[in-house]
Design a protein. Structure first.
Length: 560
């Protein structure tokens, strides 16, 4: 019995004290914090241990001594605020593991306070000594240097900051590696291109063909550029596609491509666009750029890029307009003006040939012809064309013969219609309005068909402000200033009203200068402004701004 009591007393005596726990906790924190944290409170809670059922010999009825065990150890640790949150969490986990080896469970309560910055220790001056006797030798002693204050090591930074710092250090090496990899890939690509060209030349030499066909390779993404002869052959064989391609390039402002094509392939590529009123301003800009291209040399890269662009646009246009191409017999119609086509239709006395012509003529000419008719008459004529039987090859041949006979007259008529527009532009504003009223009464089809190309200055008083605002965004500021210097007062006031707020100060400053207006520049600027405003007004859902509709009695064949 005494042995069991002695064992219980030994276990109770083995419980750690608060001083031991405090010392162990400080030993665990010292290498981590270096004086920037400390254990300020230790609370050891104990409880009676649970008794296990056992049989003991003897008949002693004395109560057994109570055995204690650790219920919980609570530690309060004070941290410096300069230490990061991640570091404090790491220190707490380390402290719990270290103290838990002695007593567990361990609960750590952190407290964060700013620690004072350690001040430099003050060095007290040496005490004054009594004056020595005259006989004693004078000994000069060098004062010892003041002790250096022990500097605490800086706490470790946050892990995210360390990772960012390492990434910034490695970034230059990664960029250098990427540059070297890019150079290696470029060299490999160049070697592959050279190998491809050598294979093509060897295949051409073995077959004896002068123009080798490019083989399709899965590893090659760009085919060799076509030759000038191939592009010219495609343009002559697909004249309608060539007209659509170069019209699209001019309207999109691709004057550089058009200029190089004209310089390399000839002016025939834009011959069919000479009478298109919407393309005339772009043709002037492309002509100026063509003169610059012809005065300077053209590099091989520029020539190859232009040939690739034209060939790709031609192939794409043929794919998109499989059934819209004009028959080869009627391709001369592509160079006719809308007024020449209307005159040719009016001279056809055979209604059957008229129906065949409207079915197979170029779409822009048929659209312009129908636009000049009265709506009721237009509906009746379209119904007759749709219900007519299919054309016979002999009928198409007879129509082609008539087209060849009228080719010279059509060319003269096209230039006459263009000069009529120029004559209208030369008149003053009041005379333009008077002549427009007479044309609406006598030739309403001409007014409706050429509404976008008639440069009538008075139309600027009738178009909506939205169209004028769109014209401000398209026409250059220099053209606006050149026109406003010679514009009538009412038109000038309305144009300034539609001017965007960001451009109005610059326009007013230019107009305030005492500069004599150049009549030639003013005339060209007026044409550009009026045509741009009319084109913008025609795209708007508002009614037409040039006047009332045409009378119902119109020649069914669109006579002029």
């Amino acid at each position: 019995m005494w042995a069991s009591e002695l064992f219980i007393l030994m276990i109770a005596a083995a419980l750690p004290s608060e001083a031991e726990l405090r010392a162990e906790a400080r030993r665990a924190l010292e290498p981590l914090c270096r004086g920037r944290c400390d254990v300020i409170d230790v609370d050891l809670k104990t409880r009676p241990a649970r008794l296990q059922a056992r049989v003991e010999p003897g008949f002693d009825t004395r109560p057994a001594p109570t055995r204690l065990e650790v219920e919980e150890v609570r530690l309060t640790v004070l941290f410096d605020r300069a230490l990061g949150e991640s570091f404090r969490a790491f220190a707490i986990s380390r402290l719990e593991a270290r103290v838990g080896e002695i007593a567990s469970p361990v609960r750590v309560t952190p407290q964060v306070r700013p620690f004072p910055v350690p001040a430099e220790p003050l060095v007290s001056p040496p005490p004054e000594t009594a004056p020595a006797s005259p006989a004693a030798p004078i000994v000069i002693q060098t004062p010892s240097p003041p002790p250096q204050a022990s500097r605490l090591p800086a706490p470790p930074a946050d892990w995210s900051e360390l990772a960012m710092r390492r990434a910034l250090e490695v970034t230059p090496f990664l960029l250098l590696f990427a540059l070297l990899a890019w150079l290696v890939l470029r060299v490999l690509r160049r070697l592959e291109d050279l190998a491809f060209d050598l294979r093509a030349e060897s295949a051409a030499a073995s077959s004896g063909s002068a123009l080798p066909l490019p083989e399709v390779s899965a590893t090659r993404q760009r085919l060799p550029p076509p030759t000038v002869e191939d592009v010219e052959r495609h343009l002559s064989a697909h004249r309608s596609s060539a007209r659509r391609v170069f019209r699209r390039l001019l309207l999109a402002g691709e004057h550089e491509v058009v200029a190089r094509a004209v310089a390399l392939l000839g002016e025939g590529v834009v011959k069919d666009l000479a009478h298109d009123p919407e393309v005339r301003p772009a043709l002037r800009a492309a002509g100026a750029r063509t003169a610059e291209v012809l005065r300077g040399p053209m590099t091989d890269e520029e020539r190859d890029e232009m040939l690739r662009r034209v060939q790709a646009d031609m192939v794409a246009d043929r794919v998109a307009h499989r059934a819209d191409d004009v028959r080869p017999e009627l391709e001369p119609l592509l160079g006719w003006s809308p007024e020449a086509f209307v005159g040719f239709v009016s001279e056809l006395d055979d209604h059957r040939l008229t129906h065949v012509l409207l079915r197979h003529a170029p779409g822009h000419l048929v659209e312009g012809f129908l636009l000049g008719l009265d709506p009721e008459l237009r509906t009746e004529l379209v119904r007759d064309v749709v219900e007519a039987p299919p054309a016979h090859p002999d009928e198409v041949a007879a129509l082609a013969a008539r087209v060849r006979e009228e080719a010279d007259s059509a060319e003269v008529g096209g230039w006459e219609a263009d000069h009529l527009v120029d004559l209208l532009d030369a008149l003053p504003t009041s005379a333009q309005d008077e002549l427009l009223d007479r044309l609406e009464r006598d030739r309403p089809d001409f007014v409706r068909r050429n509404a976008k190309s008639l440069p009538l200055e008075s139309a600027l008083l009738k178009v909506p402000l939205e169209a004028l605002e769109e014209a401000w965004a398209v026409v250059s500021l220099a053209s606006w200033v050149a026109y406003l210097r010679s514009a009538p007062a009412d038109i000038r006031e309305r144009l300034l009203e539609s001017c965007p707020p960001r451009a109005r100060p610059a326009v007013e400053d230019e107009l305030s200068l005492r500069v004599t207006a150049d009549l030639v520049d003013a005339r060209m600027a007026r044409k550009e402004v009026v045509r741009t405003a009319l084109a913008a007004a025609s795209r708007a859902p508002a009614p037409h701004a040039l006047g009332p509709g045409a009378p119902a009695s119109v020649d069914p064949h669109g006579g002029v």
